[in-house]
Design a protein around this ligand. Sequence first.
Ligand SMILES: Nc1ncnc2c1ncn2[C@@H]1O[C@H](COP(=O)(O)OP(=O)(O)OP(=O)(O)O)[C@@H](O)[C@H]1O
Length: 456
Amino acid sequence: MTQKTWGSVREQLIKRVGQNNYTTWIAPLQLRELNNGVAHFTVPNTFFGDWVSRHFGDHICQHLTAAGADVSRLEFSVSRTPAGPDTAAPAPQPAARPVLAGRGSAEDADLPGAPLDSRFTFDSFVVGKPNELAHAAARRVAEGGPVTFNPLFLYGGVGLGKTHLMHAIAHELIAGRPDLRVLYLSAEQFMYRFIQALRDKQIMGFKELFRSVDVLMVDDVQFIAGKESTQEEFFHTFNALVDQNKQIVISADRAPGEIKGLEERIRSRLQCGLVVDLHPTDYELRLGILQQKAEHYRGQYRGLQIAPGVLEFLAHRISTNVRVLEGALTRLFAFASLVGREISLELAQDCLADILRASDRKISVEDIQRKVAEHYNVRLADLIGPKRVRTIARPRQVAMYLSKHLTTRSLPDIGRRFGGRDHTTIMHGVRKVEELMATDSQLADDLQMLRRQLEG
Ligand SMILES: Nc1ncnc2c1ncn2[C@@H]1O[C@H](COP(=O)(O)OP(=O)(O)OP(=O)(O)O)[C@@H](O)[C@H]1O
């Protein structure tokens, strides 16, 4: 009875916490027993239990109660042995596995890392122009040879694959050397562990643990901006590992120089290694990702057909981020299988109307011109006017480039909106920016930021 209840509660929790959280945090939970109002779960490590309790405890309790179980409290204990066979329901398949400790003294403790998502591998990462540098750098780190750049700093907008690449590095390193102590966690988890250690007067243990790893990966480091003591501790951990020549991989939603509230010494340390960004996806990359995921789903939903042109349509229309793209495809397959129909263009338009509408928010050439003028501090009239000085011509080209990429206007049409310029002038501007982007990282950063702001 309890396992059955848990089975149905788990299904409801997918909707409540989202697929990603579910796969990472809920699927690996094993319900051991329900006793005197307490639900006992087995978890991979203490940190995991703390995290689930803090973030999802209330949801789990509520859903168990709603399903008729008498639960007022949850308890988590660490499983040292694999769970036994479960007769009432299949044991949850952990899609994520925690990063575990290697051998030795301080090393006997479980590393306080977040679980790795087993789907985030290099194999499942689609490489295109916008992410090829980040991918190459991640591959290099994953080879595990001598440390050549430290840290590797990956940054980019929401849902562009930073976490995916970090997990892929960890998987690869561990596969090559299972004894390697690879610690992956988010900056928020780092802070949480640090505060907990302070509270429990375990700070020496905390320091020892973090300094005993071979590879440290910290996701979303922008989170520690403005948090002084955490930054201080992070700085010391960072230095100690660099001194020992241990690899560090960091991710953030923006470049080190753009993270406000970060101490200068940390900023400069973060810039010491290799800083690479994941650019917003382009059409080809989106199509590649959709094709790969569709292939995967075709295996899962046997017999489900996709009409030609549907993936191209989605790649064209959904340009926000990969997470949204994936979500759209998941929903499309689930819906089509439910109604037993082929995935046609009409079905896609029907079933994804809300996503398509949200992605459809039109950006106008005028919006772009205004934003670019503001960013480069030039007058709008000058941006559109005939002046040719570099301080105005370059922002103008940036605005042309963005107009080409973010609107559906034709080149002659864009030309008309830039003071009646010829379409060849617009083409030249677009090419110039494309060329410069490869060598001028400031320009590439500007473009990414403007794009993010415009796309909201
Ligand atoms: N190039 C890619 N190939 C295949 N899947 C991708 C790619 N880029 C992103 N994804 C998928 O998109 C989803 C979001 O990626 P991820 O979580 O790595 O983004 P992120 O950059 O860490 O975002 P956030 O800033 O929100 O943490 C994941 O499911 C990931 O597998």
